[in-house]
Design a protein around this ligand. Structure first.
Ligand code: HEM
Ligand code: FES
Length: 368
């Protein structure tokens, strides 16, 4: 990992992205509420706000799910990956406001039995607005208000939203690198893959909600278009990766495979090839060639899509760094990735089919 780059702290770039993110969210909410009210929809302020916050969260979820595949298709989208976690946490708070309005902000006053202040744009979320008019506690009413659990079209759509919100909460609460280190990368990753489950549940929440409340079919159509976009984007990226993986390399002598020519690789960049089923990044820098595993130790980022910065391979996702000759992060960091022996003959590059243990130093091949 880089000494200069602090993955979990704010830096100038993150601040700029955050300001753009929050301004966009603010403009969307303001525009949605203003225009819906002007359009004379016979919903009150609370109903409009519930929709504004719910749809803002749902749109942001689409953006978050698009960033991964888009940046695999075009590196121009890579900077957005830096800010994906802040987008995720923002999405959770928008979803929470959709459900709870601004009530959570009033908890400190309520705990002490005091009268809470009135915030600007104060509104009751879906839980209070749709469930606090009867004798039942809103939380009980949420689960027993609609009991068509055995039905398809009449299934309680809010229940799907509850599970999705719980998943989003777990993800937002563990989004900090502290949790990544403590839960270990595989568990953290598995937990955060829950975003796809949450997305599926939310598609059900919005579509069934629209059908049950007799909304205009345009909402259902918009959700389906969004689903085609997300699924399509993932399928296209998956297919492209699969095609790349299929390109078999021919074994030459002494367990080395030919992986391409020197002029194919731009200075300080890499070419990624598959050797014995593993992705290997072959870097060209300062008249030398080195080969390392393509998988970053932080969150499996594609190292071969990064570049050499100040003598270190720098991951394009969050800036972890590794020395090209040894695959070890510069001190004080301790991450290590496997390296591969390399040979250069004329302008042809050959890489060993057997990886060295992580952190093993290998003499770079000199470009003559
Ligand atoms: C406890 C969890 C939840 C409850 C009780 C709940 C409740 C509701 C209700 C009652 C509606 C219908 C509103 C109306 O017809 O005006 C609705 C719609 C919607 N919800 Fe939720 N929701 C929950 C979670 C979520 C989450 C986590 C998201 C997104 C991340 C979400 C996004 C939406 C969207 C996009 C709509 C459609 C908005 C529209 O009609 O324009 N909901 N929800
Ligand atoms: S730095 Fe995060 S995946 Fe590489």
């Amino acid at each position: 990992m880089s000494v200069g780059y602090k993955a979990v702290q704010w830096n100038r770039q993150k601040r700029i992205y955050d300001v753009i993110l929050w301004l966009s969210v603010f403009l969307y909410l303001w525009g949605f509420m203003t225009f819906t009210e002007k359009a004379g929809d016979n919903l009150d302020t609370h109903g409009v706000a519930i929709r504004a916050y719910g749809s803002a969260a749902f749109i942001l979820l689409h953006i978050i799910l698009s960033i991964g595949p888009l940046s695999r298709l075009n590196p121009k989208f890579l900077p957005l990956l830096f800010n994906r976690r802040h987008m995720g946490v923002t999405m959770f708070f928008l979803a929470l406001a959709h459900v709870d309005g601004w009530k959570i902000l009033k908890l400190p006053w309520e705990l002490f039995g005091a009268k809470a202040p009135k915030f600007p744009w104060d509104f009751n979320g879906a839980l209070t607005w749709y469930h606090d008019f009867g004798d039942l506690d809103p939380l009980v009413s949420l689960f027993v208000g609609n009991t068509h659990y055995g039905d398809f079209i009449l299934f309680p759509f809010e229940f799907l939203g509850v599970i999705a919100l719980f998943i989003l909460f777990l993800m937002a609460a563990t989004s900090h690198d502290f949790w990544l280190a403590n839960l270990t990368a595989p568990i953290w990753k598995a937990l955060h893959m829950g975003v796809y489950l949450a997305y599926g549940l939310l598609v059900g929440h919005v579509v069934l909600g629209a059908l049950q409340t007799n909304k205009h079919p345009s909402l259902t159509i918009a959700v389906l278009v969004g689903m085609v976009w997300i699924v399509g984007l993932h399928l296209i990226t998956g297919y492209r990766e699969f095609q790349k993986d299929k390109k078999a390399l021919f074994l030459t002598t002494n367990d080395f495979v030919e992986v391409g020519t020197i002029d194919e690789i731009p200075e300080s960049r890499a070419k990624v090839v598959i050797v014995s089923g593993e992705r290997v990044a072959i870097f060209k820098y300062e008249g030398k060639i080195s080969a390392v595993s393509n998988v970053c130790q932080h969150q499996n980022g594609p190292l071969g899509e990064g570049k050499i910065v100040e003598g270190c391979i720098t991951c394009p996702w969050h800036g972890y760094q590794y020395l090209p000759e040894s695959g070890a992060s510069p001190p004080p960091f301790e991450e290590r990735i496997p390296t591969f022996a390399v040979k250069v003959e004329g302008d042809r590059i050959f890489v060993s089919t057997t990886p060295n243990p992580p952190g093993t130093r290998v003499e770079p091949a000199l470009i003559t």
